[in-house]
Design a protein. Structure first.
Length: 206
């Protein structure tokens, strides 16, 4: 694929923000096996994906009460302790974001994130205000890798997919983006991303 890239689209969790529920729950459980059971069977990825898709957290807690009685207090800490799940930005990625911003590159974010907890991220990470636009799955009630959320980004901000460089740590999300015409990069490290940005012409070659 050829053509000039004019906009940069970031995933957030795992690319710019170090997010992991274990940061919150490891000291609570003080037992890794019990914690992993909780995160795989109770507050599981599938459970959390429903919040990513727009389910309110109050409804998510009712689901826990109905299907996993006795775990309500632990599950409630997912919301009340959410900030502890994301202690830091990923510094190398943040440095790249700063450089792109300084160059005047239009910046966008496309994230799977519950509507109830995204305000916590906005308060914690000032760099989220640098983006020209952010599309949050929980607000839109559709999530990656489904195509509609990518189209929301394109339509809302008047972007052409072939002019967008998109990075994500999830291969399924990248497959959808590529099928829609985005230039894509599988994020594995800030160094890997920097090389890809230079190759795409978004950063000067060393």
């Amino acid at each position: 694929m050829t053509g000039k890239i004019t906009a940069m689209v970031f995933d957030l969790g795992g690319v710019l923000i170090d997010w992991d529920p274990r940061y919150l729950y490891r000291p609570i459980f003080n037992d890794d096996a019990a914690m992993e059971h909780f995160l795989s069977e109770i507050c599981s990825p599938a459970w959390n994906e429903q919040q990513d898709s727009g389910r309110p957290f109050a409804e998510a807690l009712r689901d826990i009460a109905a299907n996993h009685p006795g775990y309500e207090t632990l599950a409630a800490q997912w919301l009340t302790g959410f900030e502890k799940m994301m202690p830091n930005a990923i510094e190398g990625s943040l440095a790249l974001l700063k450089t792109l911003r300084t160059q005047g590159t239009p910046l966008y974010a496309l994230t799977n994130w519950p509507a109830d907890t995204f305000p916590v991220a906005l308060r914690k990470f000032d760099f989220l205000s640098w983006f020209n636009g952010i599309v949050v799955s929980g607000t839109e009630r559709t999530r990656k890798p489904q195509a509609p959320i990518f189209r929301i980004l394109l339509d809302r901000y008047g972007l052409a997919p072939q002019e967008c460089f998109y990075t994500d740590d999830n291969l399924a999300n990248l497959t959808t983006a590529r099928d829609l015409g985005f230039r894509v990069h599988h994020f594995t490290s800030p160094e890997n991303l920097a090389a890809a940005l230079r190759e795409a012409g978004l950063l000067p070659r060393a």
